[in-house]
Design a protein around this ligand. Structure first.
Ligand code: ADP
Ligand code: NI
Length: 217
C-alpha cells in the first residue's frame, strides 16, 4: 500500500474511532495537530509518513478512559498499522511516539528520542496555546463546572491537589500553571517560533481579560 492510501485509510479510521470523543480531543484536534506537524516536518526535514501517522494516532485511546492504562493507545495503533501492512520500523517508531508524547519532563531520563517525536509533541503542545488553546481551556473548565476566574484563588497557592480541585480552581489559573510555560518546552526551532506568536496572543488576551474583569475603561 502506498503512503497516500495508508494516510487516507488512517484518517477514516481515526475519524470513526473518535466520533464521540469530547471536545478537546475530537477529530478536529487530531486534524490540527496533523496539519501543524506536517508543516513543522517540512521545515525540519523529518520522515513525513512517521510524523503523519504519529499525529493521526496520538490520541487514539486516552488512558484516562482506560483506567490509566497507557499501553492501550500504542497497542491499538500497532494493531491498526499491522492490518494495513505497514513496515515494522515505521510501526515501532509510531508506537514510540504515542508512548512518549505526553512525557512530562521532570527527573526521569526520557527513554526514547527522535526528531519525529519532537515534532508531533510540539504540534500537540501548540494546540494547547493561542486562540485554540484558550478555547480548549475554557471548554475543559466548563465541563468541570469551574469558574472562569476568581481573584481570591491565585495560581500555585499552597494547597494540596485535592484541596485545590475541590476549591474549583478557576480556568484562568491553568494559564499560569501550564499554558504560559509551554513556549519554553518546545523541541524544534519551527515549533518555538509558532509558540512565541501564540504566547504573545495569550498575554494580550489576559491583559484584555483583566481589564474587562475590573471594568476599566
Ligand atoms: P493532552 O492534550 O496533552 O492530552 P489534557 O488532556 O491534559 O492534555 O488537556 C486537554 C485540553 O484541556 C488542553 O487544551 C488543556 O490545556 C486543557 N486542560 C487540561 N487541564 C485543564 C485545567 N485544569 N483547566 C483548563 N484546561 C485544562
Ligand atoms: Ni493531543
Amino acid at each position: 500500500m502506498n503512503q497516500q492510501s495508508i494516510i487516507e485509510q488512517t484518517v477514516a479510521h481515526v475519524k470513526l474511532t473518535l466520533s464521540d470523543a469530547e471536545g478537546g480531543h475530537d477529530w478536529w484536534h487530531i486534524h490540527r495537530v496533523w496539519k501543524t506537524a506536517q508543516h513543522i516536518a517540512t521545515a525540519e526535514h523529518a520522515d513525513e509518513l512517521v510524523v503523519a501517522l504519529g499525529a493521526l494516532l496520538h490520541d487514539i485511546a486516552d488512558s484516562k478512559f482506560h483506567n490509566g492504562d497507557e499501553t492501550v493507545g500504542p497497542r491499538k495503533a500497532r494493531e491498526w498499522l499491522v492490518s494495513l501492512g505497514v513496515d515494522e520500523p515505521v510501526i515501532l517508531h509510531v508506537e514510540n511516539i504515542i508512548t512518549h508524547i505526553s512525557f512530562k519532563g521532570g527527573n526521569h531520563q526520557q527513554a526514547f528520542k527522535s526528531k519525529e517525536l519532537d515534532i508531533v509533541q510540539d504540534a500537540d503542545r501548540l494546540d494547547a496555546i493561542g486562540a485554540i488553546g484558550i478555547a480548549r481551556a475554557f471548554n475543559y473548565g466548563g465541563f468541570k463546572n469551574r469558574p472562569l476566574h476568581d481573584p481570591g484563588i491565585q495560581p500555585n497557592m499552597n494547597m494540596s491537589k485535592e484541596e485545590y480541585k475541590s476549591n474549583k480552581a478557576p480556568t484562568i489559573n491553568h494559564f499560569y500553571e501550564k499554558l504560559l510555560l509551554l513556549k519554553d518546552r518546545m523541541n524544534t526551532e519551527t515549533g518555538r517560533r509558532l509558540a512565541m506568536q501564540r504566547h504573545v496572543f495569550m498575554e494580550n488576551y489576559l491583559k484584555q481579560f483583566y481589564g474587562e474583569w475590573d471594568a476599566e475603561f
